[in-house]
Ligand binder design. Structure first.
Ligand code: DGP
Length: 115
């Protein structure tokens, strides 16, 4: 499968890893949108949040456990934001489930800037 995040998870494409275990990888985003911007992905290919099922959802809970653990290590004790972009309207550009973990500054809200 021609999936860039599967290749990163397999070590075929380099990344700056901040956490790894059997099920999950966290690495720095190539195009950071905050002082701290990491992506947390399942190693298993799940295309998007719309493809989460009872059979594969355990890894999503695990990803949030990893995020909570990483918060301290990344200096995000004051808070952070986790974002998942899903599908075309959600502006998802990489079709492998991933959660953006952003922090290190006060975030803006709301994210919808359209008319
Ligand atoms: P999204 O738009 O939600 O699908 O976010 C995809 C993110 O992935 C985007 O912030 C840039 C990042 N990204 C894309 N390709 C690579 C890559 O090869 N390496 C890393 N580290 N990040 C990537």
């Amino acid at each position: 499968m021609d999936c860039i995040f599967c290749k990163i998870a397999a070590g075929e494409i380099p990344s700056t890893k901040v956490y790894e275990d059997d099920a999950v990888l966290a690495f720095k985003d190539l195009d950071p949108q905050a002082p701290v911007h990491v992506l947390i992905i399942p190693k298993e290919h799940i295309a998007s949040a719309a493809d989460i099922t009872p059979e594969n959802s355990a890894v999503v809970a695990h990803i949030f456990e990893v995020a909570a653990k990483l918060a301290g290590e990344l200096g995000l004790e004051n808070g952070f934001r986790i974002v998942n972009n899903c599908g075309e309207d959600g502006m998802q550009s990489v079709r492998h489930l991933h959660f953006h973990m952003l922090g290190g500054k006060k975030m803006g809200w709301p994210p919808y800037a359209g008319e």
